[in-house]
Every structure is written in C-alpha cells, then in structure tokens.
Design a protein around this ligand. Structure first.
Ligand SMILES: *Cc1c(COP(=O)(O)O)cnc(C)c1O
Length: 562
C-alpha cells in the first residue's frame, strides 16, 4: 500500500498538527490548517511531498459552552483504523533510558484532480510500550513540558526513522514550525555515522544537514517557541547525542526549538512580509525569507462558488491565478452564490445556537483562536456605540473559536463574549457557534458578508481565515497586520482598521467603530453593484494570489530546489 509512493524522491513535510479532514481532529487551528492546505496543494499539483505528523488519537478537544458561557473541554477521540491504513513498520526512539516503539498509519490524501500525497501518522499506542509511553501520541498540545518533549522526540527523530523504515527516498525536509526540529539532530547523527565509515573524523556536518532542511517559523508570540531545560533534554535523550555539542545550535540557557531549527536549516522563512521583517529582528544573524501563506482553493470555496468558478473559470483549481478574471461572471451570479452560502450559515446558526438571523441584513463574522493578542473583545469595547450604529444600519454578528485549555484570558474572553451577547439581548442579533472546526469555518467565511479581524499588531504572523473569505467573495475588515498588509486595497478588497504601526488599543477601537459606521455598513446598504464590485475585488485580487498553490510553488522553487 505504501509502494506506489516510493517511486519518486520526496520532500518530507513535518508538522505537529495537520488538518486532514474536518472529522479527523489532528489539528488545533491555523498551523494545522496551513499544513493540510500545503499537502492538499501538493496533491493537486502532483508535487512529491510526504507529510509526517502525530496520530493525536484523543484529538485536540471538543468545545462545549455551558449556560454561563464557559468553555467546557471534552476529549475528541478518533479511530485511526477507521480512516487510515495500518503500516507494518516499527521504529524505536530513546526516551528517558527506554526504547519507545512507534508504529504508523497511512492517510492517502487524494486530490479531486487525480494526484495524491501520503501522510504518515506516528503512533506509540503499541502493546510493546509502557502504558505511559502509549499516551505520547494521544493529546495534541496536551500535558506538561516532559510530555511535549517526548512528543517532539517521536515526531522529529521517530519521523525520520519511520520514513527510512518505510523505504522513502527523502531529498529534503521541511519543518513546519520548530516542534519537529529534532529531525535535524537525527540527520546530524546519520551523517556522522556515514562519515565514520569513510574517515576517522566524526565531526558534525552542519552544511550537510543544512542543505537538506527548510524551516518555516510561524509566530512572533514568545509562547509559540518551545523551550526545554537542558537537564530535561539530557535526561530524555541520554547518550543519544552529546548535549554540549547541541548548545551552540539550540541555545545556551535552554534548548530553544526555534533556534535549533534556524541553526540547522539553509532556507528559513516567515509567513507574510510583515512577519518576515519581525522575524529578522527576532533572529538577528539569520537570513529570513518571506513566503506569504495561502489557502487551498477547492477546500475553501463554498459549493456555490466552486460551481460558479467551474462554469466560468475552468482550470481555477489548478491555476487559481485565473480568478483574476472574475469580471467575466455576472453580478447576479456572484450575489446568488453568496446568498446560498449565507443561507447555509443561517441554518447552521439556527440549529446550533437557536438564533434566527435575517438574510437581508449583513452578517459580520469573527472566528479565531480565542487568545489575548487576537483581541476578540475589541469589537465590544463600546456596547452603546454598537447599539447606536445598529439602529441606523442593522447588522448581525456570528462568532466562534476555541481557547487553549490552559489559556485563562482566552477562556475569559469566551465568557465575556457570551455576557455581551446576553446584554445586547437581540438588539444586535448575535450568536457564538461552539466547537469551531474546518466545516464551521467554511460556513462562516462564506456565509458572512464581512470578515472581521482585530489582532494586536505585529503579533499576527499571517492569519488565513480572511484568505478563505476572499475565495467566497467576502471582503475583510481588519487591522493591518499579517497578510492583510499585503492584501488590503482599501475600498477594493476590504478595509483597514487603524494604521500599520504597533497597536494602541484605544486607537484601533476608535478606528473600528468609525469605519464600520462610515464605510463598511453604508456600502452594504448602498448600491448593490458597488458591493458586488468589492466582492469581485476580494476574489480577483486576493483569492487569485493568497492561495496555497502559489505558496507551495514558491517553496518548491526557492526552498526545495535550491
Ligand atoms: C483557518 C482556520 C484557522 C486560522 O484562522 P486565522 O485567520 O489564522 O485565525 C483556525 N481554525 C480553523 C478551524 C480554521 O479553519
């Protein structure tokens, strides 16, 4: 079953999370969606990649909201046997003086265009392991520092060994975020082993490893960069690699996985122009490129828009650049496709939240990981103002998002949002859709009329949900951070909030209310053709560019072929 994939040499794409399908809960948010979209593009374009991730048998978590608006987390188990094929190979990695065995599952990620890409899900749930070790691949982003390091040993070291065990011919490695950086240490070991056989000089072959590795960093937020005490690393890895030799590569005080990945990669990039600039400041001395993120065309076009593009812009799934020809599509066809997507969102909100929304009034959509820098509460900083605006220009709100179980402020934000929704008491019809996932994301980005984003600059590395909205003709109304610095043409693809300097909360809130009342809503209630021009601006100028085909083609040419 694996043999058809062994005919070509491949780029191994490592990611702690990969969103393979909405009902396979091996992802938590943007990073996993991006990994999934990258591999979906590889399948569409028939580029030889192989994905490597953890099985995450207990998923991330399923979100329930209680009567007080508090998040309740449930395990979200899935059965790999039901969705993937068992692989017979077994490899072992050293953890705390034991051998931990790793098995694998094969998910054959198929493109509707005929290509496919293998994804290997690593799994320690094996009878030969101690009960505690069986759990290493259970919980995505769960557990403490020890647990995380064990996961990263399995992903990085175990992943390289599993690919070799299965017979893959790997010509390069791509680390999607620093979690998998130990893969490069395994390569150091491997190259040293080859050398030993040829010369007496073991040494560390940095150029050899670097030439094989590419690294994408994804966040300027400190908590996004894993750090481990060297004593813990020493304890976990034992004599696998001399810790002293790793310190110059991974950090003197701690093992910083980002620094390790930076030291061991020849190609390094941030995920939007602004994020590249910020990363160059964060990591002086490294050459940091920029490859702006994108989203997968077919996955993020609602059925009504996919059908419309199929009819008028054949070939868009292979070459989404063609969407810049959206002018060929009649206004009423765009409007009808949107109305259909909006109906689907309204039905979802009715069945999930019991809230009835009006299809004639604009829906403002806001869905993201609920965490402080995303500032989910900015929209609600002046409730009276919202009420006043809504008397003149009625509007409706739909929100969604999970907070990490240990993110106190994020969970508080969810509670606060629910309190505000109760306070508004229908004057602004509002709903919070629980358990944000890929399916809800598609309904939301396509069914909203305006997509809102209010992060604290410059902390949004890229953001991708606004790109998904663009595929459905939904303009974004956002703070100028992440990809929006490149994507915003004011009044043409959407609108900006504030300026592009570092955020000052009060200023952004004032700008939000002012532009919402004076630019966004009047345009919606004005000439229909003017609004549709905006929808076409989002499709023709943004979906045509901010897609994962363009992104992966750039990785292929600039990173993989270098
Ligand atoms: C796209 C997506 C995200 C990431 O969106 P951002 O704009 O980066 O916040 C997170 N979760 C889900 C379910 C998504 O579909």
């Amino acid at each position: 079953m694996i043999s058809p994939f062994l005919d070509r040499s491949r780029i191994a794409y490592f990611s702690m999370e990969i969103a393979l399908a909405t009902d396979i809960p091996t992802y938590s948010g943007g990073l996993g969606i991006l990994a999934g979209d990258t591999l979906r593009s590889a399948a569409d374009l028939r580029l030889p990649l192989v994905g490597v991730t953890l099985a995450s048998r207990h998923g991330y978590f399923r979100q329930e909201i209680d009567a007080e608006g508090r998040q309740i987390e449930h395990r979200d188990p899935w059965d790999p046997a039901a969705r993937t094929q068992l692989l017979r190979a077994r490899v072992a990695v050293p953890i705390a003086g034991r051998e931990v065995w790793i098995g694998g599952w094969l998910y054959d990620l198929k493109s509707h265009l005929g290509g496919s890409v293998p994804v290997i899900l690593l799994d320690t749930e094996l009878p030969e392991n101690d009960p505690a070790d069986r759990e290493i691949t259970h919980r995505l982003y769960g557990g403490d520092e020890d647990y995380r390091l064990k996961q990263e040993i399995v992903l990085g070291i175990g992943g390289v060994r599993m690919l070799q065990g299965l017979g893959f011919h790997v010509r390069g490695y791509h680390m999607n975020e620093g979690h998998s950086a130990l893969l490069a240490v395994e390569l150091l070991r491997r190259l040293r082993h080859y050398r030993r056989r040829r010369t007496d000089e073991p040494g560390i072959d940095l150029p050899g490893v670097r030439s094989l590795c590419s690294f994408t960093t994804h966040t300027p937020v400190e908590a996004g960069h894993d750090r481990f005490d060297w004593a813990l690393v020493q304890f976990m890895l034992g004599d696998y690699f001399e810790v002293e030799a790793l310190k110059p590569l991974g950090g003197i005080a701690h093992l910083n996985m980002t620094q390790l990945a930076l030291s061991l990669s020849d190609f390094i990039n941030g995920v939007a122009r602004r994020h590249g600039e910020v990363s160059r400041r964060m990591f002086p001395g490294y050459e940091v490129h920029t490859v702006t993120n994108g989203v997968h065309p077919r996955t993020w076009a609602a059925p009504s828009f996919a059908a419309l593009y199929d009819e008028h812009i054949p070939g868009w799934c292979h070459e989404p650049e063609l969407l810049n020809r959206v002018e060929q599509i009649a206004d009423d066809r765009i409007w009808n496709a949107h109305a259909e997507a909006k109906r689907s969102l309204i039905e979802r909100v009715k069945s999930r939240c019991g809230v009835t929304l009006d299809p004639e009034r604009p829906i403002i959509g806001f869905a993201r990981r609920m965490t402080a820098y995303k500032r989910p509460a900015l929209l609600f900083s002046d409730i009276e103002r919202l009420r006043t605006i809504s008397r003149r220009y009625p509007f409706q709100l739909v929100l969604a998002g999970k907070a990490h179980p240990r993110d106190g402020p994020g969970k508080q934000a969810i509670e606060d949002i629910h309190r505000v929704i109760r306070t508004l008491d229908g004057t602004v019809p509002s709903a919070f859709v629980p358990d944000y996932d890929m399916a809800i994301a598609l309904d939301l980005v396509a069914g909203s009329d305006v997509w809102l984003n209010t992060p604290l600059r410059p902390l949004e590395a890229s953001g991708t949900s606004g790109m998904k909205a663009a595929f459905n003709g939904v303009p974004q109304f956002s703070v100028l951070d992440g990809w929006w610095v490149e994507g915003c043409i004011d009044g043409v693809t959407g609108w900006s909030i504030g300026d592009s300097q570092e955020s000052r909360n009060g200023d952004d809130a004032a700008s939000f209310y002012q532009r919402f009342e004076q630019d966004v809503l009047p345009r919606f209630y004005g000439e229909r053709s003017s609004w549709i021009a905006l929808m076409k601006g989002a499709i023709g100028k943004n979906a045509s560019y901010f897609n994962s085909h363009r992104m992966l083609r750039r990785y292929a040419i600039e990173a993989y072929l270098r």
